[in-house]
Design a protein around this ligand. Sequence first.
Ligand code: ADP
Length: 260
Amino acid sequence: MIRLEKVSYSYPDGTPALKNLNLVIKKGEFIGVIGKNGSGKSTLALQLSGLLKPQAGKVMIRGMDTRDPSKLPEIRKFVGIVFQNPETQFVGRTVEEDLAFGPENLCFSPMEIRKCVDMALAETGLEKYRHRSPKTLSGGQGQCVALAGVLAMRPECLIFDEVTSMLDPESGISVLEIIKKLHGKGKTIIYITHNLEELHDADRIIVMEKGKIMLEGEPESIFSDISLEALGLDLPSLIELAETLKTHGVIIPWEKTASP
Ligand code: ADP
């Protein structure tokens, strides 16, 4: 559904951010992306959404080349992106107005806009805030507005760039729950995070390092890979705790059931 072929990208000041990157994302996958600061995660997100074009190689989104300007409106409908700071994404005076902005820009009919806004409000549990100014909401609610704003455009693929990193743990969990439900309904999810704990249920995890994919695999294989620590990334605390307990002779229940 999304394919990156030998993609390289450097910023105008010459900083290389992606180097000869290949990646295929299938419909309905939940892909977690991790890596140290500056490893290229956000640049990858921008490439996957068509907001940045590769200088070498190509990004194909459902058969559409992101370098072709005539395809951009269709790509915008297909992929939505939510960033770390929701406030940078608010455009409306009320939540409802904010959510209508995207579908309006995509020239949906007034009836369609109303339907999309209502659906996005329901999916994010924001119905009761529809007439509030998004700026008066809490951090978690604000991030839900940003998410709902993208959902209102009915994209098939959603990219999240560190969306829980500015939230308190409880709000972060609620936002992630909404995202998991969307995945359950068939949306393709690309989820960038610093918090490995959030990726237990991912179909695949990609580890970025210096503009390249360093490691790729299912959560269990990534979490047990020693090189994660070499990359300066923490193992999820549950796994870390299990490893410590094992050294003290404690049998870990899930390992006991996994053995023949
Ligand atoms: P990450 O999301 O993993 O922190 P980024 O994709 O933001 O990584 O950054 C990759 C590289 O590109 C880093 O070296 C970073 O400093 C650089 N970079 C990111 N954004 C810009 C920019 N707007 N201008 C110049 N360099 C940038």
